[in-house]
Design a protein. Structure first.
Length: 520
């Protein structure tokens, strides 16, 4: 294989002049420049939407749905109690589902669109720093990363944050290339979006500051003026996020106290988690390291390395030395944009071009297995709540009741998401004492005295999570509903049901039992 060479920046890519062909060459250049960022964005959009209805909603996505499904007044009161840092995302999703509905695809659509935007900005950054070919390959490499597809189909704000960070990085390079008030405003707005949707991602401002310093070192331009412009823009940009930060500090123990403090062993696991598996992370890191061997124009390479690694160092130090740990893989997904640009630049430098194409073709199979699993129904939850809801909806009769566990420490049941509205409105949830909305939280409260809550419904549909063959199923179906590991009812609840009801059918679905009780 020929020695890799540095791809020329787009401005230096000369198109041979042929008499009478100047306009044609110019049109071709513009078309190739457009294709370099539009193609990755469109591919990412297709990949993000493809199969997005398949995976069942898991706990965090259920929280998004429960918050967004409330009125703005209820949401406002909830945010003063919990999840204030996600308030802007919940509000966005609230208005979104009011227009497009709350199906799984609809809930995840903003993430798919945002991830397509991230792919576009990554390609634009690669194009600006290296070449149109590097930008195109950077965007396509980004699309192949399994965790990118995973969070393009996630009803959480991480894809929006990835898009905003990728945009901020691109816009910062533009502002440094030819500073103007408008360019600094565009950069500041992108930083504001970052802060409003994920405070941890504001750690990218530290490598951005270093990027500005490196841009004018040594002895180039007006470093102090540019640093002042950057600092002023960054300070103003984070002001809108300050209320979220202050409110979030009072709620932090309710939300992320479960995140363990990182150790040095956490760092290798982080890389595998960011890329999907070691089979994906290793080839991509090798490609990203290739530009380090270039003999010239290394400045943007080191700037991107800072953006891709310094936030991890900062979050690690804060998490080990502070009172709260923020060291969670999905909180650091935004650094993938820098690594994708570096990998695209490394791939574009390979000569001949056919070898680069083959290298990319080899990379795709490494990601294929993970890309497939992301779209399976049980990728995020090991039980089939959708099938349970369909079974209840099919057999539901007016006057039936529901029994669904509501203790999130045992099982965050999401069956209600898949039930048709006629069942939700018509069936009383027997052991539901106070809804999550009434508690201004994300978890409901179960009846403190189960016997007093059991009514006179003719039939009850009981949904519990459990293994394939719970002990005692054949002898006493009701006894099988008692929790032993997760997802069942308490003994007091089973006793209250047994006093008035008898089990007429017990159906096992994947990881879930649906029991039909009839009044004696």
């Amino acid at each position: 294989m020929a020695q890799p060479t540095l791809p020329a920046p787009l401005a230096e890519e000369a198109i041979p002049e042929v008499p009478g062909s100047g306009h044609r060459a110019l049109r071709f250049g513009r078309a190739s420049g457009l294709l370099s960022w539009l193609a990755p964005a469109l591919v990412m959009l297709v990949v993000g939407f493809y199969g997005s209805a398949g995976p069942q909603l898991w706990g965090d996505e259920l929280a998004s749905w429960r918050a967004a499904d409330r009125s703005t007044s209820q949401l406002w009161h909830m945010l003063h109690n919990i999840d204030a840092v996600y308030g802007v995302y919940y509000l966005l999703l609230h208005f979104w589902i009011n227009v497009f509905g709350d199906s799984a695809t609809s809930l995840r659509a903003p993430s798919a669109i945002a991830m397509a935007g991230a792919a576009a900005f990554i390609a634009l950054t690669g194009r600006k720093l290296f070449s149109a070919r590097a930008g195109l390959l950077a965007g396509l490499v980004f699309v192949t990363i399994p965790m990118v597809s995973r969070f393009a189909q996630e009803a959480r704000p991480y894809a929006i944050v990835m898009c905003a960070v990728a945009a901020a990085t691109f816009l910062l390079f533009r502002a440094l290339e030819r500073p103007s008030l408008l360019r600094w405003i565009c950069y500041g707005l992108s930083v504001t979006v970052v802060g409003l949707f994920q405070l941890v991602a504001l750690s990218v401002l530290v490598p951005h500051f270093c990027l500005v310093a490196l841009q004018y070192w040594p002895g180039r331009g007006r470093p102090w003026r540019r640093l002042a412009e950057f600092t002023g823009t960054a300070v103003l940009a984070v002001v809108p996020a300050l209320p979220l930060a202050l409110e979030g500090q009072t709620q932090v123990t309710k939300q992320i106290s479960w995140i363990s403090r990182p150790t040095l062993d956490s760092l290798p696991a982080l890389w595998d988690g960011l890329f999907g598996t070691a089979l994906v992370s290793l080839p991509l890191l090798i490609l990203a390291a290739m530009p380090l061997g270039w003999n010239r124009n290394r400045r943007p390479v080191f700037q991107l390395l800072l953006i891709g690694s310094l936030p991890v160092v900062l979050i690690y130090l804060v998490s080990t030395e502070g009172n709260v740990s923020y060291f969670l893989t999905r909180y650091m997904l935004f650094i993938l944009s820098a690594w994708a640009v570096l990998a695209g630049a490394g791939l574009a430098a390979v000569r001949p071009k056919l070898v680069a194409v083959l290298a990319f073709a080899v990379l795709v199979p490494f990601c294929w297995k993970n890309q497939q699993s992301i779209r399976t129904a049980y990728d995020r939850v090991p039980y089939d709540e959708r099938a349970a809801a369909q079974m209840i909806a099919k057999g539901y009769q007016p006057g039936d009741g529901l029994v669904i566990p509501h203790d999130p420490t045992i099982w965050d049941a999401g069956v209600e998401v898949y039930l048709p509205q006629r069942v939700v409105d018509g069936a009383r949830d027997v052991f539901l004492h106070k809804t999550a909305a009434q508690l201004n939280g994300l978890a409901a409260e179960e009846c403190p005295q189960p016997a007093a809550c059991v009514g006179d419904e003719k039939r009850l549909w009981v949904v519990t999570q459990g293994p394939d063959q719970p002990a005692g199923t054949q002898r006493d179906p009701l006894a099988a509903l008692v929790t032993n590991t997760a997802g069942g009812l308490t003994p007091a609840e089973v006793t209250a049901l047994s006093a008035k009801y008898t089990a007429t059918s017990v159906t096992h679905l994947k990881g879930i039992w649906v029991t039909l009780l009839e009044h004696r």
